[in-house]
Design a protein around this ligand. Structure first.
Ligand code: FES
Length: 187
């Protein structure tokens, strides 16, 4: 996750402040910049397995989130051309998931946007005690077992979710994000 933070800091250093990043949400014909779509696979965004396809069993139960990007299976294009495309993957006991969350999950794996809707930081924290996702910029917490509902902090809304299915054990997007990826501007 340090790598991810470095990338965001680099973007900010280049003048791509929160306001600019927010503009990046516009869809594009470039498959690398387009948001995740139905049928996409997922690849590890960072770390020693960066670029490898993610299978359901690669996502550990009750453990911190995996940062991923969707991949267009027909062209092989990884959708890493926008900082707003990152997808968090986590896994829980399916019985612990709220009904709507379970419906969008596969074998307990759930997927959410990794961009905090407050001012656009990465949601890179995770509480082992509660299982909540944590944005450490201003301490917002989200419950990934219940649609990433906001538990505490200044985040104005939940994290958009991404429905999943599996094909031969490989994680596949069953649709796009539940909402536009956006965040408040910093002043
Ligand atoms: S940017 Fe996440 S809590 Fe402020």
């Amino acid at each position: 996750m340090k790598d991810r933070r470095t990338i965001l800091k680099s973007a900010l250093a280049l003048g791509l402040g929160a306001r600019s990043l927010n503009v990046l949400h516009a869809q594009s014909d470039d498959p690398r910049r387009a948001r995740p779509q139905e049928g996409d696979r997922f690849v590890f965004a960072f770390g020693p397995r960066q670029g490898e396809t993610i299978r359901v069993d690669d996502v550990p139960v009750a453990s911190e989130q995996i940062f991923s990007f969707a991949m267009d299976p027909s062209s092989g294009a990884v959708r890493d051309g926008s900082l707003l495309n990152q997808v968090l993957l986590l896994r829980f006991d399916p019985d612990s998931l709220a009904p709507e969350t379970r419906e969008a999950s596969v074998d307990g794996v759930v997927a959410y946007s990794g961009i905090c809707p407050h001012t656009g930081c990465d949601v890179e924290g995770w509480s082992e005690d509660t299982g909540f996702l944590v944005c450490s910029c201003h301490d917002s917490e989200f419950d990934p077992r219940d649609g990433a509902e906001v538990i505490s902090g200044p985040a104005p809304r939940r994290l958009p979710s991404l429905p999943l299915r599996s094909e031969d054990g490989v994680l596949v997007a069953a649709g796009g994000f539940s909402a536009t990826i956006r965040f408040e501007e910093e002043f």
